[in-house]
Design a protein around this ligand. Structure first.
Ligand code: ATP
Ligand code: MG
Length: 553
């Protein structure tokens, strides 16, 4: 029933990063490899970051190298230790270990010294222009930029002004430090890029020590170099930054790290920018960063995703050199594949209708054995109680059933999974025509293991109404209604595509009693219904994903 087939990839060949690394190791360019994962602590990690984590840590692991965790904390205004902690937690949960925990801010002194060195070499200057003047002065793709009137300050003057910037003499935006490269360069990033800006704000690690902060392009390559990162892997949009990354390293004559770019992960029906996710959280469109509908790692974890399934997903997605959008259903497939193997099974009825077994003695309870996981038939068993009254899914009974309907119908027979065959003898309806009660008789000779096995076409799940436990279930749909969320036209608000029905809470569900004793720590399978993971926050079970061939709730 839990059929879950996907086309297996043909025999795996090396991805382009593995090819580069194997070449570098074979040629002796590097004796061992060093990678890094460089999150900015300005939000929670999402599935796109997971891809990058699996790649950076995975490559190092495969080739006997090491990986640093480096927080790219160069913007004190947006960053916070809350994010630092969540990021570390998420990486560990995904199953990876870093050899060093570093912060770009650890290198502020070194970066500052190097900036002075570049000034002394005549390769950097202090500019007094406003942000707007600088922007206009840059020119455009078709037009060269204009040199700043402050560009030809003497080394002494630049040194003095830069030190005064550091010492807090100027207000935010009053001055910047720029690299002196070429205002007519075809790569706009080379038109005297900013190296430092003034921000009078408390930093979550360096406090008030600094009021000047390095820009990404100036800091990133140097941080990589300090840590002797051999392969600095980032997403495609940074390919135009690579020459600048190399320029700073070359001018300083320090260890040459190399940057390589791969396509960022995009998923259908999903937004993944931290800015947008922060907006969803702040405006209560979702229940926090770990809302089970969010593509964050903590959201996926709360939903019932396993680290194994996310790593499998990253592996299946592979490493592309061109942007593409991956189907969300691949992620779900990976989860099902993992849970099908490992999840304990229980029966739970999510839309109950009562069944009364007329020929069963009042108060009698009979216990049936059921495997915890049919993938492991000799493994542990659970006990399922059969009593006079039961619940079945409303959708498993049909009054005017077509011929091919093999679940319960008037005069029809079904097997209550793991127990007896029952036959519907009558039913009651309320004034609105809803079925309220179904009467059945059971066939005592149909007991599993007793005598000859009689088979009937339909088997349904059920729970005893008196021995079962009442549970709450949270059923999710996609957070957005549009498949191509990453391709919305200009000017369209992504929030217009929020799915108003992405959460359905079902208070009135019943599960077999052993469910409450489950201590597997992962999601369980409600037979025929899908995989569900207990969520202490809502005191309910989150539907992680369905079973492929199950009927819709
Ligand atoms: P966002 O755009 O969501 O804010 P970001 O790139 O600013 O993401 P960082 O914290 O700077 O977030 O990212 C850390 C690392 O994760 C970077 O190396 C970045 O390239 C990588 N990364 C971020 N998003 C993705 C993605 N969708 N797919 C693959 N890698 C990603
Ligand atoms: Mg970033």
């Amino acid at each position: 029933m839990e059929e879950n087939k996907v086309q297996e990839a043909p025999e795996k060949k090396l991805n382009f990063l593995e090819e580069i690394i194997e070449e570098d190791l074979a040629s002796g360019k590097h004796k061992s490899i060093m990678t890094r994962f460089p999150p900015e602590p300005n939000g929670y990690l999402h599935i796109g970051h997971a891809k990058s984590i699996c790649l950076n840590f995975g490559l190092a692991k495969k080739y006997g190298g090491k990986t640093n965790l480096r927080f790219d904390d160069t913007n004190p205004v947006k960053e916070d230790t809350e994010y630092v902690d969540s990021i570390k937690n998420d990486i560990k949960w995904l199953g990876f270990e870093w050899v060093n925990e570093f912060y770009a801010s650890d290198y502020f002194d070194q970066l500052y010294e190097w900036a002075e060195e570049l000034i002394k070499k005549g390769l950097a200057y202090v500019d007094d222009q406003t942000q707007e003047e600088i922007r206009i002065g840059r020119g455009s793709v078709s037009q060269p930029g204009k040199e700043s009137p402050y560009r030809n300050r003497s080394v002494e003057e630049n040194l003095q002004l830069f030190r005064e910037m550091r010492d807090g003499k100027y207000a935010d935006g009053e001055k910047v430090l720029r690299a002196k490269i070429d205002m007519a360069h075809p790569n706009m990033l080379f038109r005297d890029p900013l190296m430092y800006r003034i921000i009078h704000a408390e930093h979550h690690r360096t406090g008030n020590k600094w009021c000047i902060y390095p820009m990404y392009d100036y800091a990133h390559g140097e941080c990589d170099s300090i840590e002797h990162i051999t392969h600095s892997i980032c997403t495609l949009e940074f390919d135009v930054h690579r020459p600048l990354y190399d320029w700073f390293i070359e001018k300083l004559g320090i260890f040459q790290s190399h940057q390589y770019e791969f396509a960022r992960l995009n998923l259908t029906y999903t937004v993944m920018s931290k800015r947008k996710m922060l907006e969803l959280v702040r405006n209560n469109y979702v229940d926090g960063w770990d809302d089970p509908r969010m593509p964050t790692i903590c959201g996926l974890r709360r939903r019932g995703y396993t680290p194994e399934s996310i790593r499998m997903f990253a592996e299946k997605v592979g490493v592309a050199k061109r942007d593409n959008i991956i189907d969300l259903s691949l992620l779900e497939w990976c989860l099902r594949d993992d849970l099908n193997r490992r999840a304990n099974r229980y029966m739970a009825v999510l839309d109950p209708v009562k069944v009364i077994i007329d020929n069963w003695e009042d108060g009698k309870v009979e216990w049936f054995d059921a495997p915890m996981n049919p993938e492991d038939p000799d493994g542990p068993k659970r006990k399922v109680p059969f009593t006079k009254e039961a619940y079945i899914e409303r959708a498993d009974f049909m009054e005017d059933a077509p011929k091919k309907y093999f679940r319960l119908k008037p005069d029809g027979e079904v097997r209550f999974k793991y127990s007896y065959i029952v036959k519907c003898v009558s039913f009651k309806k309320d004034a609105d025509g809803n079925v309220t009660e179904i009467h059945c008789t059971y066939d005592p000779t149909s007991k599993p293991g007793a005598g000859e096995w009689r088979s009937v076409k339909g088997t349904i799940h059920w729970v005893s109404s008196t021995e079962s436990k009442k549970i709450k279930v949270n059923v999710f749909d996609r957070l957005f209604t549009e498949e191509q969320m990453g391709m919305l036209p200009e000017g369209v608000d992504y929030k217009d595509y929020l799915n108003p029905n992405s959460l359905e809470v079902r208070e009135n569900c019943y599960a077999e009693p052993d469910l409450l004793k489950d201590n597997s720590g992962i999601a369980v399978q409600f037979e025929r219904m899908g995989y569900f993971f207990f969520d202490p926050k809502s005191n309910g079970y989150n539907k992680a994903t369905g079973l492929k061939d199950s009927f819709k709730l």
